[in-house]
Design a binder for this molecule. Structure first.
Ligand SMILES: Cc1cc2nc3c(=O)[nH]c(=O)nc-3n(C[C@H](O)[C@H](O)[C@H](O)COP(=O)(O)OP(=O)(O)OC[C@H]3O[C@@H](n4cnc5c(N)ncnc54)[C@H](O)[C@@H]3O)c2cc1C
Length: 304
């Protein structure tokens, strides 16, 4: 591993880097210099050591006990964004979603503006089939490049990835390295106006200035809601509200008063408190409503 050209950081403070700004360190973080470096790392590392892939940590709680083994994060060398022609945008998976939206708007490409308000990287957005305001990655993805966990290159079409609500299912475990998106040919002013509108809506409805990780729970499946005798269009925030979750606190962790499906670190929360708050709501939904809520936020690492 000494031959790697990218950065190898021991005891990397990933919790502090996460959007929640709490949690432990990673034993070893590798930030590859480029695709060949990534492949070399994957081929030469001890395969029995656990491997965790992270993006911008905008959707992740890093547990207080930290992450054992190896972590990989794509950095600047995977952050390129380029407009291919009138409607196609290519992006490295280390690029910020916001930069993809900004490049698209500059080129007068519509349809990608939903990415403007989704924090984190293209890799995370692909893995999560991230979406907002009626659009999701699935609608705009043409194809993706990836590397398997043993260092083999792959190319997928959007269909190969079986994207469903906040979920992507590649045929095998991979690190996404690049993506091509297809928008529609529009003019700058129209697309720009929609981005401004999205930003305004977010400011009004979400605690975006807080230390948060976005939606805590995925919206429940209509079938599960029906089985529980609840309205099929009930959203996760309404479930949280119904079980008394708005403003609920565990230590320094709190469900936002502004948007009660957003969990926030009010200042000194531990990752354990954040997770306990989410688990409390899952238990309440189960006991009070007979409904299973599912975490949308990923939890990685070990409890303290
Ligand atoms: C204020 C705020 C608002 C948000 N609003 C939205 C919203 O409207 N819609 C929405 O969908 N999400 C939203 N989120 C959540 C988050 O922005 C998205 O889930 C985003 O896609 C996460 O990207 P990330 O790079 O931070 O991923 P991370 O949190 O680092 O990782 C998330 C998952 O992706 C995997 N992953 C990351 N990179 C790669 C890669 N290169 N290859 C393979 N797997 C990878 C990780 O293993 C993990 O399973 C919001 C978050 C915040 C903080």
């Amino acid at each position: 591993m000494e031959k790697m050209r990218g950065d190898i950081i021991e005891n990397a403070p990933l919790g502090a880097q996460s959007w929640f700004r709490c949690g432990g360190t990673a034993d070893l973080l590798f930030k590859p210099a480029d695709q060949d470096d990534l492949i070399a790392f994957l081929k030469t590392r001890d395969q029995t050591v656990p491997l965790t892939v992270i993006g911008g940590l905008a959707n992740t709680i890093v547990r207080d006990g930290g992450i054992r083994g190896h972590c990989i994060q794509l950095g600047k060398s995977f952050a390129n964004v380029g407009v291919l022609d009138d409607v196609y945008v290519e992006a490295g998976c280390g690029a910020l979603n916001g930069n993809v939206a900004a490049s698209a708007v500059k080129a007068g490409i519509g349809g990608l503006e939903f990415l403007s308000g989704i924090p984190g990287s293209v890799g995370g957005a692909l893995r999560m089939n991230a979406g907002a305001y009626g659009a999701e990655i699935k609608d705009v993805l043409v194809g993706a490049r990836a590397v398997t966990l043993i260092g083999e290159e792959r190319r997928y079409t959007a269909e190969d990835l079986k994207m469903t609500y906040r979920h992507t299912e590649p045929p095998e475990d991979v690190i996404f390295t690049g993506a091509i998106f297809k928008g529609v040919d529009e003019d700058y002013d129209t697309v720009k106006a929609r981005i401004t509108e999205i930003k305004k809506k977010r400011n009004e409805s979400q605690p975006i200035k807080e230390k948060t990780g976005g939606s805590t729970f995925a919206n429940p499946d209509p079938k599960a809601l029906r089985r529980a005798g609840l309205p099929e269009d009930m959203r996760a925030w309404q479930v949280v509200e119904k079980v008394g979750g708005r403003g609920l606190r565990v230590g320094g962790a709190q469900m936002s008063e502004k948007h009660c499906n957003f969990m926030i670190n009010t200042g000194d929360a531990t990752a354990g408190e954040l997770e306990m708050l989410g688990d409390t709501l899952i238990r309440r939904a189960e006991e009070d409503l007979g409904l299973t809520l599912h975490w949308e936020i990923k939890r990685i690492g070990e409890k303290a």
